[in-house]
Design a protein around this ligand. Structure first.
Ligand code: PMM
Length: 295
């Protein structure tokens, strides 16, 4: 683990106005009744758009809009309902000049989101759930985030038996990368994500987080989502996480952002934007003075 060791640049094809040379902060906007930390808060499209813009005002560089909860055991959502939730929100945010990604498993939702102005497709199944999503992204010249997981929301907590955790995660993501390339997504538009908390125990999530250089060796920019996840609970001081309120993990989330930004990941996906934007700024202030940093 060393400064800058995860830096693989930025994906191609994003607007020139997107900052470069530092880690980006992706704000989470869940337009769902049941997401684990903010479910139900932004089901009304007007409130969702207001929250998206407020996140940009607080330092988000892009906003990830999702209409289906990915938490373990969540109820699957029909793509028609998912489109009804996310499409108006994406259209409005894009019209305000916000860079938008869509967090979806479904090709129909990805298509509707791209038509509404999203530029990034974030699929937590990396094209396993609905392989046509990769064709949709390729045709639209979108950036694609391929996240590691096993199984579906209902089964993934049972699928944590790995032969060799980090090499297995890397090999499974490498296969998804091959599927994306075969669908016509250029390598330069692929971002990889280790999928912390997805088919991983708490200890496994910490280990993957510590060993991200093995994932970076595949040569793609990394997106990492630690925000409010259960595995962080053991790092919350004084057992303050006992309330079951996921916002108790916001300070620990920002601490992970500082480390990830120092290591040069492309982006972090967070709910509470301001502390992570500050953490990125801390890493950016220190970076020029680090004589070991790869350039
Ligand atoms: N985590 C959640 C949802 N989508 N997408 C990516 N690429 N990486 C993640 O870690 C990730 C994700 C977890 O659910 P939340 O939206 O309630 O935080």
């Amino acid at each position: 683990m060393r400064t800058g060791d995860l830096d693989r640049g930025a994906p191609a094809g994003l607007p020139a106005a997107v900052p470069s040379g530092r880690t980006l902060v992706m704000g989470v906007l869940n337009v769902t009744p049941d997401s684990f930390s903010d479910g139900g808060a932004y089901l009304d499209p007007r409130r969702a758009v207001e929250h998206g813009i407020a996140m940009v005002d607080r330092g988000a560089d892009l906003v990830d809009v999702g209409g289906e909860s990915t938490r373990p055991g969540a109820t699957p959502v029909d793509p028609d309902e998912e489109i009804r939730r996310v499409e108006p929100v994406i259209r409005d945010l894009a019209a305000h000049g916000v860079l938008v990604s869509v967090d979806t498993l479904h090709s129909a939702t990805a298509q509707a989101a791209l038509d509404a102005g999203a530029r990034i497709v974030n699929d937590v199944s990396a094209g396993v759930h609905d392989p046509r999503i990769l064709d949709v992204a390729a045709r639209a010249d979108a950036v694609v985030v391929l996240q590691h997981r096993r199984g579906e929301a209902g089964t993934m907590t049972e699928l944590t038996a790995y032969d060799d955790l980090v090499p297995d995660v890397v090999a499974e993501l490498a296969q998804r990368r091959e599927a994306a390339l075969a669908a016509g997504v250029p390598a330069a538009r692929i971002v990889l994500d280790p999928g912390l908390g997805f088919a991983k125990t708490a200890a496994q999530s910490w280990e993957v987080l510590a060993r991200l250089e093995e994932l970076a060796a595949l040569g793609h920019p990394l997106l990492v989502g630690t925000s409010r996840k259960r595995f962080l609970a053991r790092a919350v001081a004084d057992g303050a996480d006992r309330s079951g309120d996921a916002t108790d993990r916001d300070a620990v989330t920002a601490a992970t952002t500082a480390l990830l930004a120092a290591r040069g990941v492309w982006a972090v996906r967070v709910h509470d934007v301001r502390p992570s934007a500050d953490a990125v700024a801390v890493a950016a202030e220190l970076a020029p003075y680090d004589r070991d940093r790869p350039r």
